[in-house]
Design a protein around this ligand. Structure first.
Ligand code: LLP
Length: 417
């Protein structure tokens, strides 16, 4: 057993007491389970065994250096979405050839660094438009090199996820329309500054139906075959990330089911596979710990439970209406009641969970907001001058702080009064 589970009526992480961690480092704080991250990575890796593949962990999900290093030690490669994430990947020890670089709106400076890095630059720059193809080509020729590029296609597939995190419809800003991608690849093959190595797709995040992921993979395979006929050969097919997790206890596809959906077409194509998962590896491996600072009744009998964490530490509920389970770390005896768990930030949308059945709580009690390992700390903000909380990594034999709490001096350091 790994991760978070009840031990004698109190929630623990790999045998370590969450109450003790919170007492020592203060709240709010994030706690991640290293054994859970390992197990989830290995489960995914094993599901794709038997076909050449590379798991490029999507740093955007959680890019705290110790977490990225842990994934690197497991054999992961990296998916970066900005110059900043490339820097973090390099500092975590990844070689440029282990990094793919995606992102709408790459700046010329970011492209220049990506192209000039190491002997051959990054493993692939996933180009998102004809204009970007031109810029990468020009920069590479100026630097006297050939950039390894892939085309990010937009297959116009509905990911059947939340519209705010769907990226594969033609009305979304991402990628090159599928009907233009073939011409773009053929053009790339003619450019002196470019070496076409792959095709890329990412249709969205928190996807819990396999059909869109299977169709997206098949779109890559079909395009690669057409290009082969055009004399353009493709080394790898990058199916992006997107596999969802269960926030509410409902069924979601397993890693094996995911592999069974995308692998047959990829295998038949004879190309190597690149994956860019984020959430599915780290999401369930983290919680946000927060203490109750106040309680008050609302009209109609429901209470507000006011916590010391809010949208500044976990923006997903405020931004997407996302559901995260919330529980008392050491539940008190007594009947549950329906409450709104809210944060301290001066925004009405600063609600961590509305209409939650919670065991009785009192001011000072510790709550765990579950599945906060992905898109938690990375999306945090300093709004209301709230410093970033500490992050803790738990191992079976102990735990350590991997990011200390920000101070007001840290916050003001860059300001010129
Ligand atoms: N690759 C690309 C090109 C991406 O855009 C993303 C996520 C991933 C990989 C990783 O996707 P994952 O396996 O984690 O689903 N902030 C939102 C999620 C935004 C995801 C953006 N792209 C949330 O909190 O739900």
């Amino acid at each position: 057993m790994y991760g978070f589970f009840l031990d004698k009526h109190t929630l623990v992480c790999d045998g370590q007491s969450l109450e003790a961690i919170a007492r020592e480092v203060g709240t709010p704080c994030y706690v991640y389970s290293a054994p859970a991250i390992r197990a989830r990575y290995q489960e995914l890796d094993a599901a794709f065994a038997g076909h050449p593949h590379a798991i490029h962990y999507a740093l955007k999900a959680n890019s705290t250096l110790a977490v990225v290093r842990l994934l690197r030690e497991l054999g992961a490669h990296a998916d970066a979405n900005s110059g900043g994430e490339i820097d973090v990947a390099l500092r975590a020890g990844f070689a440029p050839g282990e990094i793919v670089f995606t992102g709408v709106g790459k700046t010329a400076a970011e492209i220049e660094r990506a192209v000039g890095m190491g002997d051959v630059g990054l493993k692939a720059i996933n180009a998102e438009s004809f204009g970007e193809m031109d810029r990468i080509d020009q920069i590479a020729r100026r630097l006297g090199t050939k950039a390894r590029v892939a085309v990010r296609i937009n297959p116009d597939i509905d990911a059947l996820s939340h519209p705010g995190i769907s990226t594969g419809r033609k009305t979304n800003k991402f990628g090159v329309a599928i009907e233009d991608a073939r011409a773009m690849c053929r053009e790339m093959a003619r450019r002196d500054g470019l070496h076409v190595v792959g095709l890329h797709v990412h249709v969205g995040s928190q996807i819990t139906k396999l059909e869109p992921l299977r169709r997206a993979a098949e779109a890559l395979v079909q395009l690669a075959a057409e290009l082969e006929g055009d004399g353009v050969s493709i080394e790898h097919l990058d199916v992006g990330g997107g596999l969802g997790i269960s926030y509410d206890g409902g069924d979601v596809p397993t890693a094996a089911e995911y592999a069974a959906a995308v692998l047959p077409a990829i295998k038949a194509s004879g190309r190597s596979l690149v994956l860019e998962p984020g959430r599915v590896i780290v999401g369930p491996a983290g919680v946000l710990l927060t203490r109750v600072v106040d309680m008050k009744p609302q009209p109609g009998g429901k209470a507000f439970v006011i916590a010391d964490a809010g949208m500044t530490e976990l923006m997903r509920p405020a931004l997407y209406g996302a559901y995260h389970a919330i529980q008392a770390v050491t539940p008190r005896a007594g009947a549950t009641s329906t409450v709104d768990v809210v944060g301290p930030v001066c925004e009405t949308t600063d609600t961590l969970g509305a209409d939650r059945a919670l065991t009785p709580v009192e001011v000072g009690d510790l709550l765990a907001v579950r599945d906060a390992g992905a898109y938690g700390s990375v999306m945090g903000s300093n709004y209301n001058r709230r410093p970033f909380p500490p992050e803790v990594l738990v191992e079976k034999d102990g735990w350590r702080i991997i990011r200390r709490r920000q101070t007001i001096d840290d916050l003001l350091q860059t300001e010129l009064a």
